[in-house]
Design a protein around this ligand. Structure first.
Ligand code: CA
Length: 240
């Protein structure tokens, strides 16, 4: 099995059977610049880890068939030492000791703060020298628009467009995953801290501001079936 190298984007395997949590984790990790693989149960997760090893596994304890502990046993039996961050419910506190015996590196208790989880992920990867060199491309281009992720601004033909910090964050999420329809609840979770989540209408208000700034290309940021928002045009990373 080839060992993952530190030079490329760290890959994270999310093993979680609850679709909304799986999606929340995937979205946030991708925004942070990680490559993400997902599985809803221990068995497919083992297959993924054996065929294309990840640098870290985020593992839910309660899974429908092969649960977190069984997954750990199988994983370590096969000699795979990948670090594992386990998700447990508060009622499963006692299970933590068993998990440490099986080689779990760290725990996060549900319901968790996504920011705390991301910092644990970073800490583990730093410990094993797999922290990202940089989190994804520094600039993204779509038509005349350039999203500068260092300056946190949107430019059109070189001129800065006023979309505000929160508008920037929303647009960055849409640019990083342009084929995906982002539900408003998902955008709320991704773009605002868990302790300060406004109502869904705030998302709509920021989206209208962005669309206004896009001018004649306002429809590039489309409302999809009343369900959410999507960036309609291709996005490419700018080299260098
Ligand atoms: Ca579960």
């Amino acid at each position: 099995m080839p060992a993952p190298t530190a030079s490329r984007t760290p890959r994270i395997l999310v093993v979680e059977d609850e679709p909304s949590i799986q999606e929340l984790l995937r979205g946030n990790l991708e925004v942070e610049g990680y490559e993400v693989a997902t599985a809803g149960d221990g068995l497919p997760a083992l297959d993924i880890q054996r065929s294309a090893p990840c640098d870290l596994v985020i593992l839910d304890l309660m899974l429908p068939r092969l649960d977190g502990f069984q997954f750990m046993k199988e994983l370590r039996k096969g000699g795979d030492e990948v670090p594992v961050l386990m998700l447990t419910a508060r009622s499963e506190e006692r299970a933590k000791i068993q998990g440490f015996d099986l080689g779990v590196d760290d725990y996060v208790t549900k319901p968790f703060s996504i920011l705390e989880l991301l910092s644990r992920v970073k800490a583990i990867l730093r410990r094993v020298n797999k922290a990202p060199q940089e989190t994804g491309p520094r600039q993204l281009r779509s038509g005349p628009f350039l999203l500068d992720r260092e300056r946190m601004e949107l430019r059109r033909d070189g001129a800065r467009l006023e979309i505000g910090a929160q508008g920037y964050r929303l647009l960055e999420i849409l640019f990083l995953n342009p084929t995906h329809v982002h539900r408003r609840t998902e955008l709320l979770k991704l773009a605002w801290p868990p302790e300060g989540q406004p109502g869904l209408r705030t998302v709509d208000a920021h989206i209208s501001l962005i669309r206004k700034a896009l001018g004649s290309e306002k429809d590039w940021l489309a409302t999809v079936g009343g369900a959410g928002y999507r960036w309609m045009e291709p996005v490419v990373p700018v080299p260098g």
